[in-house]
Design a protein around this ligand. Structure first.
Ligand code: NAD
Length: 482
């Protein structure tokens, strides 16, 4: 196991230069597995933000005039650089975020694939010609980059949350100020470094850290910024969307979820247990599309609970750098406190614990993978996104009832179903109020497929061709007599 000694101190990246912040030189970065300080992160003050805004304005002028083909080539180079550094970046990510090394490596490699996808999309931003009503008129539609973007990304996937926003923006010809996650800044900075080393002109991507509310309240209304993209909680997202609305800024919001996973009476039970237990505890449950309300047909319920509980008990929890560890610590102390509170509340409402339920040790933010049954709807966990390794399992008796329960919450991000029946699958996917539906497997979050929610889970897409829409304006040009 490598020592944390080589963990980098993280600086701001503004106008092509890494620099200390004018607010604080070095707030501590903690390793969530040990609670030890492993590095520092610079905090931006107002003068850094002004410098980043000026740089983004200049960067936009430069980058929006670079041809799509050249943007494509540079982005492909950045992807190759990131891929080449994947082992080193993954280790840094595990040290600061806690996830098992294999997950960190997968995230870094997937980020390189995301850059490749958006690089290719840069070359496909086609406009169109609309047949005119008069012979001497030409009507065309062109897609133009929306302008400098302010992007805000969280700590659960330090690279992947950032790479989608930054790469779609760059593919469209936009410049970016990225406010990265203060608790997991180094792996996010490694993404920016890959772009720097690929030769991205100064000012096109700028990276800042600091007090999130101070930065968002300054950047969102600022006239240089033309587009906002945020990933995080619904509460914060609503505030930022309101602020953006007051200033008529384009917005993408990728917010919380509380994904129902329905196991119908005709499901492949073993497959459902295996897939759902794997997905639920990935990244210690700190995933917006995590299956978080398991709804199981009453005829399979007991067997499912037994199988799921057994699969959960098999999960080896520990330091993400250690061999064989499947679940690391939670990323910060807030999640441990939230797991304790949600579990205690469910038990107080009469829920039963089949496994887990407690913090592990008193060093590091470890919490046992936890399964609850007989949880009444009045318990908080049935309505609040857990964002951690605690999951309720509930029985249902009819398709109508389970779809109604699945749609009960204001969230609508991801939904899952296990069934061998085309009728169940079709009915579920048609009636579920959700931005994404995955049936009999977990097939979400690929670069080439749409990614986003509805209702309180936000709006806009961060994957597929749809993701480019957020970063382009449509311009209609009609010309007569030429
Ligand atoms: P939080 O709600 O304070 O922060 C969530 C994210 O938003 C963080 O990255 C934070 O830096 C950012 N943020 C907070 N206030 C902001 C502001 N005023 N302006 C700009 N950015 C701001 O809480 P937290 O403890 O970090 O996370 C708790 C909850 O956030 C979780 O329960 C989960 O629901 C949600 N979350 C969602 C995602 C996701 O992938 N959708 C990721 C991380 C956290």
């Amino acid at each position: 196991m490598s020592t944390p000694a080589s963990f980098p101190d993280v600086q701001l990246y503004i106008d092509g230069t890494w620099r200390t912040g004018s607010a604080h030189a070095g707030d501590p970065i903690l390793n969530p597995a040990t609670e030890e300080k492993i590095g520092t992160v610079a905090h931006a003050g107002r003068e850094d933000l002004d410098a980043a805004l000026k740089a983004a304005e200049k960067g936009f002028r430069i980058w929006s005039r670079v041809s799509a083909h050249e943007r494509y080539k540079l982005m492909r180079k950045a992807a190759e650089i990131l891929r080449g550094r994947a082992d080193e970046v993954a280790r840094i990510m595990t040290l600061e975020q806690g996830k098992p090394l294999a997950e960190a490596l997968m995230e870094t490699q997937a980020a390189a694939d995301t850059i490749d996808w958006f690089a290719e999309e840069a070359r496909r931003q086609y406009g169109r010609v609309i047949p005119a009503r008069a012979g001497n008129v030409e009507q065309i539609v062109v897609r133009e980059p929306v302008g400098p973007v302010a992007a805000f990304t969280p700590w659960n996937f330090p690279i992947n949350q950032a790479v989608r926003k930054v790469s779609a923006a760059l593919a469209a010809g936009c410049s970016v100020i990225l406010k990265g996650p203060e608790e997991t800044p180094a792996s996010c900075a490694a993404l920016v470094k890959a772009y720097e080393d690929a030769g991205l002109p100064a000012g096109v991507v700028n990276l800042v850290f600091g007090v999130p509310s101070e930065i968002s309240e300054y950047l969102i209304p600022h006239p240089i910024i033309r587009k906002i993209s945020f990933t995080g909680s619904t509460v914060v997202g609503k505030k930022l969307a309101a602020l953006a609305g007051a200033h008529m800024k384009r917005v993408t919001m990728e917010l919380g979820g509380h994904a129902p996973a329905v196991v119908f009476e005709d499901a492949d039970l073993d497959l459902a247990v295996k897939m759902l237990s794997g997905a639920k505890f990935r990244n210690a449950g700190q995933v917006c599309v995590s299956p978080t309300r398991l709804l199981v047909h009453e005829t399979l319920y007991d067997r499912f609970v037994d199988g799921f509980t057994e699969a959960t008990r098999q999960i080896k929890v520990g330091n993400g750098l250690d061999e064989g560890v499947r679940m690391g610590p939670l990323a910060n102390h807030r999640r441990v406190e939230a797991m304790e509170a949600l579990t205690a509340d469910a038990l107080a409402h009469g829920a039963k614990l089949t496994t887990g339920g407690e913090r592990i040790g008193n060093k590091g933010y470890f919490f046992q993978p936890t399964v609850l049954t007989d949880v009444p709807l009045s318990a908080r966990i049935m309505s609040e996104e857990p964002f951690g390794p605690v999951v309720p399992i509930s029985p249902f008796s009819s398709r109508d009832a389970v779809i109604e329960e699945a749609n009960r919450l204001p969230y609508g991000l991801a939904a899952y179903a296990y069934t061998r029946s085309a009728a169940n699958a079709t009915e579920f996917s048609r009636r579920i109020e959700s931005g994404m539906v995955s049936i009999n497997h977990h097939g979400l979050a690929l670069p080439e497929t749409p990614f986003g929610g509805i209702k309180d889970s936000g709006y806009g897409s961060e994957g597929g061709t749809e993701a480019m829409e957020a970063y382009v304006n449509t311009k209609f040009v009609t010309t007569a007599g030429l």
